[in-house]
Design a protein around this ligand. Structure first.
Ligand SMILES: Cc1cc2nc3c(=O)[nH]c(=O)nc-3n(C[C@H](O)[C@H](O)[C@H](O)COP(=O)(O)OP(=O)(O)OC[C@H]3O[C@@H](n4cnc5c(N)ncnc54)[C@H](O)[C@@H]3O)c2cc1C
Length: 324
């Protein structure tokens, strides 16, 4: 799907962004290869930020030009529309990360928001720093994980993040303590009206000295559980939040339970399929369109609402226009 902008207008916008910020800026870049779903159309304008400074500079430039912008981490929690997205998509490749052992005995990690969370978690396990073993198999960036309060096996980013360096809506870089990040089940300040225009530049995490062998064993056990209970392939992880936990009340039934009980496990539309392994995963069997995945999303919501009176909420983020 081509951009809706004419070639000349697009070239002018690219030049304007390139003139205001460093980093490579491209026109009409396909987003599908940059997402774990391998689905989606073009970004009108696409830039790669290789440092926190470039990341902040590109966002400031887009704001100056009044241009719509979005941050792309590793694209593992996203469904991009077949018609793509308008404005600027900034791929975050600010990847610095270090483990910290302070003289007072305080330990932790400091990572740029584009660093891979799973890699950092594995490094911490090997170094005998505990707290991130839940994240060893979570495939996204640190920034994406903070924004969505990613979690698994009873752990979540909220448990370890002590502060985040943030580019605020005014364009200033500020450090916010965890208490201001509004972490809750699979959400944070960055998904609220207050923080929607802010981005995570860097995060600091507190970790505990622990025997490396114990951490590695826990990480391996988590990996094994995941391999047994979840599908592997082109997907974006859990599609819906678990309703009991999202509402904080009632019986804690999982979204997968409701979808399965509604008879949809294994159901396919075109090349998209509700996983026969775990009904809260919608898979791209190869060549699926965003419209096909979205049809399954809508069907699951409708059937679960009709049958159980439960309103499923999306965990994945939708980018672009999904109206037929
Ligand atoms: C196989 C598989 C398994 C998964 N397992 C889990 C799991 O166990 N637990 C879990 O929680 N998730 C899981 N996920 C989902 C996903 O990996 C996480 O949500 C991850 O944290 C998303 O990070 P990302 O960099 O890919 O974000 P992206 O998909 O690139 O972006 C997601 C959203 O976050 C925003 N964002 C990204 N970076 C920033 C930033 N720096 N500042 C502000 N906003 C930002 C984006 O704009 C977008 O709206 C899984 C996904 C897959 C494919």
């Amino acid at each position: 799907m081509r951009s809706t902008m004419g070639a000349e207008a697009l070239a002018a916008e690219v030049a304007r962004i390139a003139g205001l910020a460093s980093g490579r800026v491209l026109a009409g870049e396909p987003l599908a290869p940059r997402t774990s779903y391998r689905i989606g159309g073009l970004a009108d304008i696409f830039a790669v930020a290789r440092s926190r400074e470039e990341l902040a500079g590109l966002v400031r430039a887009a704001r100056t030009l009044g241009m719509e912008w979005r941050i792309l981490g590793r694209g593992t929690n996203l469904l991009v529309a077949d018609r793509g997205v308008r404005g600027l998509v900034i791929a975050n490749r600010a990847e610095g990360a270090e483990l910290v052992r302070e003289p007072g005995g305080c330990c932790g990690a400091r990572a740029d928001s584009g660093a891979l969370l799973g890699q950092l978690a594995m490094r911490a396990c090997r170094a005998g720093l505990g707290g991130l073993e839940f994240a060893v198999e979570i495939p996204g960036s640190v920034g994406g994980a903070v924004a969505g309060n990613a979690g698994a096996f009873g752990g979540a980013m909220a448990d370890v993040v002590t502060e985040a360096e943030v580019l605020n809506a005014k364009g200033d870089v500020v450090t916010l303590p965890s208490s201001e990040l509004a972490f809750a089940y699979r959400t944070s300040r960055f998904r609220t009206a207050r923080g929607r225009d802010e981005i995570v530049l860097r995060a600091r995490m507190r970790l505990q000295p622990t025997k490396a062998a114990d951490l590695l064993a826990r990480a391996a056990a988590n990996r094994e559980t995941r391999q047994r209970s979840q599908p592997w392939g082109r997907c974006a992880g859990s599609v819906f939040r678990n309703p009991g936990r999202a509402e904080g009340a009632g019986e804690a039934r999982s979204a997968g339970y409701y979808i399965e009980q509604a008879g949809l496990k294994g159901h396919a539309v075109g090349r998209a399929r509700i996983s026969p392994v775990h009904a809260n995963f919608i898979m791209n069997d190869g060549g699926a369109t965003a419209a096909e995945v979205y049809t399954l999303v809508s069907l699951a919501k409708e059937r679960v609402r009709e049958r159980f009176g439960v309103e499923l909420q999306l965990e994945i983020q939708l980018w672009g226009d999904f109206e037929p």
